[in-house]
Design a protein around this ligand. Sequence first.
Ligand code: 5GP
Ligand code: ZN
Length: 135
Amino acid sequence: MKQDNCIFCKIANGDIPSRTVYEDADFRAILDLGPATEGHTLILPKEHAANLYEMPDELAAKVLPVAKKVAALLKDRLGCAGLNLVQNNGELAGQTVMHFHLHLIPRYENDGQTILWKPTEPGADELDAVLKKLS
Ligand code: 5GP
Ligand code: ZN
């Protein structure tokens, strides 16, 4: 189902034009308007899901094969040396458009980007406590 006020629903379904690099029955992959690097691409499902939690399993299962295709295209045509997959869920995690999207960010030597986190150093007890919560 499309959501009327969702810009990515409109883009994914072709109601708003976009720079489409890949399309199939379920997804459209488009160039990001504010690219981190050359070729920064977003994979959008045509069906609305706000985030990963809302994605139906069958649709979620189709995302990575599409990412592989687009990743191969980016490597082949742009010659990127690496690739980051980024997928933000929720405002706190940096999500600004509330329609699921997977970022493919090609990486180049000296591209000036850092897509990293600051590692912490928990003790074994802390890690065990987390594991207990998740078990
Ligand atoms: P988020 O922060 O939600 O994970 O990522 C949203 C991304 O969508 C940003 O990288 C932003 O540049 C991109 N974006 C936002 N609006 C548009 C748009 O209308 N068209 C395209 N192609 N990209 C957009
Ligand atoms: Zn949507």
